[in-house]
Write a protein that binds this ligand. Structure first.
Ligand code: KG4
Ligand code: ZN
Length: 351
């Protein structure tokens, strides 16, 4: 199995890892969230600068912890899409430079494919075919994974991603950034049934609704209206109840639509990945729903739900084992469809 140095700088976490197949030999991460919290969200310019400062240190750390030198590696990998362009450039240029200098193959990894691979870091990884519920700060997607790794997107959000909704509602409630952990902490003491909130649906032009798609903007607006009404009534805002009700509705929507999609597709396994997969209420609700329907469920280990380089390494190993790598002049892209991720490791890129 190949041993890979993997780098991740697509948003606000700088990370490096040494991975051999599905085994993490070492991983290290420096989060910028405290710095971005002052601005209420990620400031791209600051993110790029911090990645430049952090990445060399992280690479040294993982090599030292893993007891390896770059000469011992089979390849160098980095996330190249999607994400903040300036931030992606840092890992991409660093990874390609190291690969070129040391005569190693380079693997430019699709960030969402890396999130999908994070489930492989579980001690009991899912076996394809299965349905992945990918919920992060930038994406909310239902993806069918077939044997051989073929990916088919079956559902998506038409506006905010689930994590983005957590971040925006947390800001509305004055809970800070990132919103997911802040809402979860506030919700722990709240009454999740106190407020009824809408489970946004996406209309089909021909009538009815897309059964596996999501819309969180209406929920966000409903929260805003609710907060304004409560403010007009006077007294302190019931922050815990508001957070708990919001968290419940997001979790219910994700669980209901993904279970329905899995059943309709004849899939018996649901897999939860991405930053929002760290949400304990969502994990509990999905587990209960799967148990009730006789489905299996898996999730990325908590340590690998939010952005990290270990999942990038697993994705890279997957392609290296098939004899594929990327051209060393592969660029970066702020957006790139997951279904076309294989173009990053295309036939011309095989070594
Ligand atoms: O996967 P990720 O680290 O970055 C992206 O690829 O976007 O996801 C970050 C998102 C943020 O929106 C954050 O608020 C959310 O994941 N998140 C959570 C939790 N931890 C992080 N959302 C809900 N509950 C959590 N415990
Ligand atoms: Zn991510």
């Amino acid at each position: 199995m190949p041993t890979v140095l993997a780098l991740e700088t697509s948003c606000d976490e700088s990370a490096a890892a040494l991975v051999c197949g599905r085994t993490v030999l070492a991983h290290a991460l420096i989060s910028q969230v405290e710095e971005h919290a002052r601005w209420g969200g990620v400031v791209p310019e600051i993110a790029s600068r911090r990645h430049v400062e952090a990445l060399p240190l992280l690479i040294e750390q993982v090599l030292e912890r893993g007891g390896l030198t770059i000469a011992d590696l089979d390849a160098v990998a980095a996330t190249v899409t999607p994400g903040l362009a300036g931030a992606l450039l840092v890992a991409s240029v660093t990874g390609r430079t190291l690969a070129r200098l040391h005569g190693k193959p380079f693997v430019g990894v699709h960030h969402l494919e890396a999130h999908l691979c994070s489930a492989q870091l579980d001690c009991d990884p899912p076996q394809a075919p299965y349905l992945v519920v990918l919920v992060s700060g930038g994406h909310t997607e239902l993806v069918r994974v077939d044997p051989g790794g073929r990916l088919t997107r079956l559902g998506r959000s038409h506006d905010d991603a689930a994590g983005e909704a957590f971040d925006k509602v947390a800001r509305l409630l004055g809970l800070g950034y990132p919103g997911g952990p802040a809402i979860a902490a506030a919700a722990a003491k709240g009454d999740a049934q106190r407020f009824a909130l809408p489970k946004g649906q996406v209309s089909r032009p021909e009538g009815g609704f897309y059964p596996y798609d999501f819309s969180f903007s209406g929920l966000k607006t409903a929260m805003l209206r609710l907060v304004r009404t409560l403010e007009q009534q006077g007294g302190p805002l019931p922050i815990a109840d508001l957070a708990a009700s919001f968290e419940r509705v997001v979790a219910e929507v994700l669980v209901e639509r993904s279970c329905r999609c899995a059943s309709d597709q004849g899939l018996d396994t649901l897999v939860l990945v991405g930053g929002v997969a760290a949400n304990l209420r969502l994990r509990q609700l999905l587990e209960a729903a799967c148990r009730a329907r006789g489905l299996q469920w898996r999730a990325a280990p908590l340590a690998y739900c939010t952005d990290n380089a270990a999942m990038v390494g697993v994705a890279a190993c997957h392609w290296l084992e098939r004899g594929c790598a990327s051209p060393v002049d592969l660029g970066i892209a702020a957006r790139w469809p997951l279904e076309r991720a294989d173009a990053l490791y295309g036939a011309t890129a095989c070594f």
